[in-house]
Write a protein that binds this ligand. Structure first.
Ligand code: GRF
Length: 214
């Protein structure tokens, strides 16, 4: 007879193990947590790693019983040591996918190559437009009529890896950086769990610059 404990153990056995890297508010982390808790995403956050001890994302982890770790670059003698600590935490966690969700550090080529095909990032623009910081402000200043968000695999080029999913968001005439950012964030929160689910189900295949979805 299968008891409740066995059922729980079995249900977590097929949950796809992920690590989420954050630096700040963590609303995307929250969206991933929400999707997992509501059964829309068959994943398990093995660890959330923050580059800052004051990130609100850490409070979210506490509230939801998620294992977290802080690796602040300032505490390490070099970027290499900082990244080695992150790698160790990820490997110990057993995560099979690394999700950058507002992680404000640029990872070295060595790090990215080590996990090539296993790191995703979310960016608040329709890449390849408006890479880097303040993507929403860049879109407004450029006078674009449409922006949006992108989930992509991470490679050595900043915000330049193969694109997994994108959603457009119209830019309204009276938009400010805040109003545009919050409308884009609403889409980000749907997109990230969807991309992780596709990966977890083995439905993503990278062919050159293209990500094929089966
Ligand atoms: C998001 O806009 C994401 O696209 C960008 O950083 C922001 C993080 O927001 N990479 P949050 O910490 O998930 O709320």
């Amino acid at each position: 007879m299968v008891n409740r404990r066995d059922r729980l153990m079995n249900s977590s056995a097929h949950k796809f193990p992920i690590a989420v890297l954050v630096s700040g508010n963590g609303s995307n982390l929250q969206a991933i947590i929400g999707a997992i808790e509501s059964g829309r995403l068959d994943a398990e956050i093995r660890v959330a790693i923050s580059s800052s001890s004051s990130a609100y994302a850490l409070e979210r982890c506490k509230k939801h019983g998620i294992n977290s770790a802080v690796h602040d670059q300032k505490a390490y003698a070099s970027k290499e040591e900082f990244e080695t600590a992150i790698v160790q935490t990820i490997i110990e966690s057993g995560a099979k996918l690394i999700c950058l969700a507002g992680f404000m550090k640029v990872l070295s080529d060595a790090f990215v190559n080590k996990f090539s095909g296993f790191i995703m990032n979310i960016h608040p623009s329709l890449l390849p437009s408006f890479k880097g910081l303040h993507a929403q402000r860049q879109a407004l200043e450029y006078g674009a009529k449409v922006s949006g968000c992108t989930i992509h695999f991470v490679n050595e080029n900043l915000d330049g890896g193969p694109i997994i999913l994108q959603v457009p968001v119209p830019i309204l005439p009276d938009d400010t950086e805040e109003t545009l950012s919050s409308r884009i964030l609403r889409e980000e929160h749907k997109l990230y769990p969807a991309a992780i689910q596709l990966f977890a189900r083995g439905k993503l295949k990278i062919e050159g610059r293209k990500v094929l979805i089966s």
